[in-house]
Write a protein that binds this ligand. Structure first.
Ligand SMILES: *Cc1c(COP(=O)(O)O)cnc(C)c1O
Length: 351
């Protein structure tokens, strides 16, 4: 029996057809700009999102870092969500490697950063302060799609204040598919966009940063400095192109499966459904039973990640089918239906 792995959409493995596309890729040395498949991917993403240029990079973390380094100088500041990937989950890279100060802003429940809070955080031009240079947003944020109206307002706000606007669009295509608009309709509000090919799109490796030609030239230099100048990366770019051709529309299936999972889990006494957003389901279970639940699910060859977030996050993706969803619901049912005999021994396991 195959594992149902709901820890993240990063766990997808390349399909046979994707591997065939990788095998057939024409390649060259990308540091010389001579890999035709990398170039095709970059042109494709730039064109699709409405930017002049794009850069293929190994990871979303590097893509965001290159964007921050390219928009900001030493002593500059970026406004960013307090629970945003570009602030909290990237090892402090902008500060560590760029001497760029983050100004975290608490998120509203829908993932937006309230414009009043942003306005209050912009520093006056004065030697006391870091120079506020950039606003970084994330879409989707914990699966939530930021409203287009908000993006428009954030764009106008950034323009008025002379700030650049970056989007961490690791799951940009989930946002686009869920809201029935093109990725370009979201990207048009930003000066740069980073997207991951290695999440729900199912490529093994890779992210793309898109922006103006001068911005991407800077990012290319920083990529080399960061050790990200790669050679025959066309093998990986081919997977990315395949993903864009074949795995975008199908994200709707992941969203539908997440909805079914939410419905199934929400009906189980003992499981509190907190929400379902695009391909992510958030539930709360009694903390004292978490480890026991994890062991029970593993027995049924189901993986979830515990302890990483305060709530349980289950993520659907390319490698989770309808049967996997039903198996997961059934396993949760068995667990919560059974007499809770071991509660005492599991108590205090915390999380
Ligand atoms: C995964 C992710 C990233 C970074 O991706 P890596 O490729 O793992 O470095 C950036 N932002 C968000 C929102 C993500 O989910």
């Amino acid at each position: 029996m195959d594992w149902v792995d709901l820890r993240s959409d990063t766990v997808t493995r390349p399909t046979r057809a994707m591997r065939e596309a990788m095998l057939a890729a024409e390649v060259g040395d990308d540091v010389y700009g001579e890999d035709p498949t990398v170039n095709a991917l970059q042109e494709r993403v730039a064109g699709e999102l409405g930017f002049e240029a794009a850069l293929f990079v190994p990871s979303g973390t590097q893509s965001n870092l290159l964007a921050l380094l390219s928009h900001c100088e030493r002593g500059d500041e970026y406004l960013v969500g307090a629970d945003a990937h570009t602030y909290k989950f990237e090892g402090g890279g902008a500060a560590v490697l760029g001497s760029i100060q983050p100004q975290p802003i608490p998120h509203a429940a829908d993932g937006t950063l309230p414009l009043e809070a942003l306005a209050a955080a912009v520093k006056p031009v004065d030697p006391h302060f870091a120079r506020t240079r950039l606003l970084a947003l994330e879409n989707t944020w914990h699966g939530r799609v930021l409203p287009l109206d908000y993006l428009r307002a954030a764009h106008d706000f950034a323009r008025e204040r002379g700030l650049a606007l970056h989007l961490d669009g690791a799951r940009l295509y989930n946002a686009a598919v869920a809201s029935g608009v093109s990725a370009r309709a979201i990207a048009r509000h930003f000066d740069s966009v980073s997207l991951c090919l290695s999440k729900g799109l199912g490529a093994p490796v890779g992210s793309v940063l898109a922006g103006s030609a001068p911005l991407i030239e800077k990012a290319r230099r920083w990529r080399k400095v960061a050790g990200g100048g790669w050679r025959q990366a066309g093998i990986l770019a081919a997977a990315g192109l395949y993903a864009l051709d074949h795995h975008v529309e199908r994200l709707a299936e992941d969203h539908a499966r997440a909805a079914r999972l939410a419905e199934g889990l929400g009906a189980i006494p003992g499981v509190a459904l907190l929400g379902r957003h695009t391909n992510m389901v958030f539930v709360d279970v009694p903390a004292a039973r978490l480890r026991e639940l994890d062991a029970h699910l593993r027995e049924a060859r189901i993986r979830i990640s515990i302890g990483y977030l305060p709530t349980l996050r289950l993520v659907t993706h390319l490698d989770v089918d309808d049967a996997g969803i039903e198996r997961t619901i059934a396993a949760f049912r068995r667990f919560f239906g059974a007499p809770a005999a071991n509660d005492a021994s599991a108590a205090g396991s915390g999380r």
